[in-house]
Ligand binder design. Structure first.
Ligand code: ZN
Length: 221
């Protein structure tokens, strides 16, 4: 969804100074151990970029859906916090949040940190390096968030799969789980995905256009 707000995907952001790197050079625990400063700077740049973008009509439409629905859960793989900026609450963030920072060694979250541009900020508790609180390649999804996502899925009547490639597991399996539990599965995507053949309805288009139309059609606003 955030691509439509101008947040470049991870791969698209690998340009200019970063063009020589691959995702695994920047988004794995091994990469951080090898060169924490490089990884920290990459995420500092991403954070700066994300600070300058705003939610799009799709983000706002989901916040509106939550207001209308009796029960509603928003599960995201995005790490930019744009859903919260648009007013969504209780967002289940499967891949973490780039605005949060925690210690690489002891895991403790850091509320504030000093970035002098020369050193990786360190943990006040143990002196370890601070890292972004996002899920890197090869890391497990946060168990609490995954549990909350599964509970929401088992309990839902309608499941929307929005703008996701449907390739990254276990997140991609949630739509199939919903379908097995008799939920109506609706795919919102510009392109065909592996989920398309299993979806009950397909809305081809940009989420920033489709979702506001949907809210208007269902609730008339
Ligand atoms: Zn620490």
């Amino acid at each position: 969804m955030s691509q439509e707000s101008g947040v470049p995907t991870f791969r698209d952001a690998l340009e200019g100074l970063w063009a020589e790197y691959r995702p695994e050079d920047l988004a794995t625990p091994e990469a951080f151990r090898r060169d924490p400063k490089r990884v920290w700077d990459w995420y500092a740049g991403r954070r700066e970029k994300i600070d300058s973008v705003t939610p799009n009509p799709g983000h706002y439409a989901l916040a509106a859906m939550a207001d209308h629905a009796t029960r509603f859960a928003l599960i995201t793989q995005n790490v930019d916090g744009l859903h919260q900026k648009a007013g969504s609450r209780g967002v289940i963030e499967l891949h973490g949040n780039i605005r949060r920072v925690r210690c690489f060694d002891c895991g403790r979250p850091a509320e504030t940190w000093q970035d002098d541009g020369r050193h990786v900020p360190i943990c006040a508790a143990c002196g370890g390096f601070l890292r972004p609180d996002v899920v890197w390649f090869g890391e497990l999804l946060p168990p609490g968030e995954m549990r909350a996502a599964r509970e929401a899925v088992l309990d839902c009547q309608v499941f929307f799969s929005i703008g996701t490639s449907g390739l990254v597991h276990p997140a991609a399996s949630l739509a199939y789980e919903a379908s097995r539990h008799q939920a109506v599965v609706v795919e919102v995507n510009l392109e065909q995905t592996p989920l398309s053949s299993a979806a009950d309805y397909i809305l081809r288009g940009r989420s920033g256009e489709v979702l506001p139309e949907l809210v208007k059609a269902v609730w008339g606003e």
